[in-house]
Design a protein around this ligand. Structure first.
Ligand SMILES: Nc1ncnc2c1ncn2[C@@H]1O[C@H](COP(=O)(O)OP(=O)(O)OP(=O)(O)O)[C@@H](O)[C@H]1O
Ligand SMILES: [Mg+2]
Length: 389
């Protein structure tokens, strides 16, 4: 069928036509919005899950809903941490300046103008200049030079000013497990103060399965600050909807056997559903996708994944890391014991600790429990076996 009308969207962060099976998560966020607008505080939200399950897409949806509610939204991405701690703090300051300026020009209040002054102090302390908010830096707020203190004062002044108008400050953080320790603990500190003192400030974050433990290691009280939600694969019925609904919109249907073949290949993972759906669309000559079309699509879809989704991680790993991944792949998708891996390699466990650590930092594996490691990338075990065979 015509590529131009292909309704599937394989690719990081790309909004699917059908945001299947995420109503409960979206309802959680809508509840946060309505509670905040009514002046009642709530916990922030932390989404965690494997690569390609749709976390970024959900954060984007949350962001849109918060903006529609008239909330002030600032976004950060842990991946920006590549530019170093300084760059990501500067990005936070710019985001606050930009959002604060917009809110104040829509509806100025004395409290918001004062908060803008604090934001300006905070930004100046981080050497961010060039965004004129029409208000000078405020002396004595957000300018102590101690980052955590300045962030907290900035959050306080902004959130308290927003509370007057039934609004809130939402900080959306993707890939949160990659933030540097100083920024992470300052953000958690600000969220902690906000929840104790009823400031409408919420961290709404997403990251890999290790994110909850990263947060707890940063601050022991982190567990109580958030509603934690695991984002996982879709069940068979929702996966089927993710494939059939976008097609039906254009009068295209699936033969049941074709649908089965594609669902088996995708294993419920949103990214894979988009990739195989897209390949089926490209492979089918007629409005009804046949089992033969689906068989071709499974081959093409897998080749696409083998050229993009998997090598994205594989290429970033060193020789020693690849060997570690190869040893893990023997155990399949279920994860491996580190003692088993060491025995398999014929090495001491301690000699593999560094490699394990660097793979965790790169977000390719995580530790689901003590002495265990698993892939963060669904299907990675099979891929590693294919590529090292
Ligand atoms: N609920 C859904 N139904 C169908 N497709 C979805 C759904 N959510 C996300 N997708 C699709 O899955 C793919 C991955 O989405 P996204 O980039 O949000 O995942 P992620 O969890 O952020 O992955 P990563 O951890 O690698 O950043 C995209 O192609 C997107 O269109
Ligand atoms: Mg993402």
């Amino acid at each position: 069928m015509d590529s131009a009308s292909n309704p599937y969207s394989p690719g990081a962060g790309r909004r699917p036509f059908e945001l299947a099976a995420r109503t409960a998560l979206i309802n959680d966020f809508d509840l946060l919005i309505s509670r905040a607008a009514a002046g009642r505080t709530d916990r922030g939200i932390v989404l965690h899950g494997l690569h390609g399950v749709g976390k970024t897409v959900l954060l984007t949806e949350f962001r849109r809903r918060a903006e529609d509610a008239g909330f002030l939204v600032v976004s950060l991405e842990g991946r920006d941490a590549e530019g170093g701690p300084k760059a990501i703090r500067a990005k936070l300051a710019r985001g606050l300046l930009q959002a604060g300026r917009k809110a104040n020009s829509r509806r100025a209040t004395p409290a918001l103008a004062a908060a803008l002054g604090t934001i300006a102090s905070f930004a100046a302390g981080l050497q961010v200049s060039g965004i004129d908010v029409g208000v000078g830096a405020r002396h004595g707020r957000g300018d102590s030079g101690a980052f955590a203190v300045d962030l907290e004062e900035t959050v306080e002044d902004t959130a308290v000013a927003l509370a007057e108008r039934q609004s809130a400050l939402i900080l959306v953080v993707d890939e949160m497990q990659n933030l540097d320790a100083g920024l992470l603990s300052a953000l958690l500190g600000a969220q902690h103060q906000a929840s104790q003192r009823d400031w409408p400030f919420y961290l709404v974050a997403a990251g890999l399965p290790n994110l909850p433990s990263v947060l707890n290691q940063s601050q022991r009280y982190a567990e109580g600050l958030f509603t934690y939600r695991r984002v996982g694969a879709l069940d068979r019925e929702d996966s089927a909807t993710a494939l059939t609904a976008p097609a039906a919109e254009q009068g295209v249907s699936y033969d049941p056997e074709a649908l089965d073949l594609l669902l088996n290949a995708a294993g419920g993972y949103p990214y894979f559903l988009q990739e195989y759906g897209s390949a089926a669309w490209e492979s089918a000559p007629h409005q009804r996708i046949s089992p033969d079309d689906a068989r071709v699509a499974v081959e093409i879809g897998r080749a696409q994944l083998d050229q993009g989704f998997f090598p994205l991680r594989w290429r970033r790993s060193t020789k020693a890391e690849r060997e570690f991944l190869r040893l893990m792949a023997v155990d399949g998708e279920g994860g491996s014991g580190t003692a088993t891996l060491a025995a398999r390699a014929g090495k001491k466990m301690t000699s593999m600790t560094m490699t394990r650590g660097s793979l965790i930092r790169k977000g390719i594996i995580y530790a689901p429990s003590l002495g265990q490691v698993s892939f963060t990338v669904p299907g990675m075990a099979d891929y590693v076996r294919r590529v090292t065979a």
